[in-house]
Design a protein around this ligand. Structure first.
Ligand code: CA
Length: 229
């Protein structure tokens, strides 16, 4: 679980950030000054630190300085007062990763937090999935049935990828269009049916007929258990 440390001396803002980050599923610890902040990070290293620059005793600059001095690479997200461009430049040059000027919108705050975490914690996707007689190689976009290559088009593979990475979940046809034709002109829903019919023909040989189920005439679902390797 991603752990975020907030160092902010303004109680109402601190509480608001704690509440919203907790709601988003992060574990959150909060302190009101640099010294307890560094101590908290030492006791339980954070994955990201939200750091106010103007703090009563040990200010944000010195917190960044201290962390970087001991070669701690934890991402630091600074909160700065409006108009203090010099402070922002100083903070960034000391080694902070990003900043936001107060007052800021919570939506932007959350988006920036997620962007920083995405940069530092790239999602590790499994490269191979096993399901029934199938092996999916997500890196090379190939699917094998009993280790025999099944010839899928890139679009068919994309549809399969959506289904098998959420096994048991029904995807409506419009959802499949959105995800599988993300950057292109959107086809009709009927086109999805045609692709799924082709996929079924390619995947099934009589034994495993129901690997892609039609659900309520609305959407499709991968029915077999999927194992990550
Ligand atoms: Ca402050």
């Amino acid at each position: 679980m991603t752990h975020i440390l907030i160092i902010e001396d303004e109680p109402s803002l601190r509480e608001l950030l704690v509440k919203n980050l907790t709601y988003e599923g992060y574990t959150v610890e909060a302190t009101d000054d640099g010294i307890p902040g560094l101590a908290a990070h030492q006791a339980c290293p954070a994955d990201l630190i939200v750091l106010d620059l103007m703090l009563p005793r040990l200010d944000g600059f010195r917190v960044v300085q201290e962390l970087r001095r001991v070669r701690d690479t934890v991402p630091i997200f600074m909160l700065t007062a409006r108009g203090s461009e010099e402070d922002r430049v100083k903070g960034l040059s000391l080694g902070a990763d990003d900043y936001l000027v107060k007052p800021f919108s919570l939506l932007e705050f959350m988006a920036r937090i997620k962007a920083i975490l995405r940069r530092v914690q790239p999602q590790e996707l499994p490269s191979t999935l096993l399901s029934g007689p199938f092996r999916f190689d997500l890196a090379s976009f190939q699917v094998y049935r009993h280790e025999q290559l099944v010839n899928c088009t890139p679009r068919e593979f994309r549809l399969l990828e959506i289904l098998i990475t959420h096994p048991g979940r029904t995807h409506s046809r419009s959802e499949l269009v959105e995800q599988a034709w993300a950057d292109d002109a959107k086809p009709t829903l009927r086109t999805v049916d045609v692709h799924i019919a082709n996929l079924r023909r390619k995947l099934d040989d009589g034994e495993d007929r129901a690997c892609i189920a039609t659900v309520g005439g609305e959407g499709y679902r991968w029915t077999l258990a999927v194992e990550k390797t």
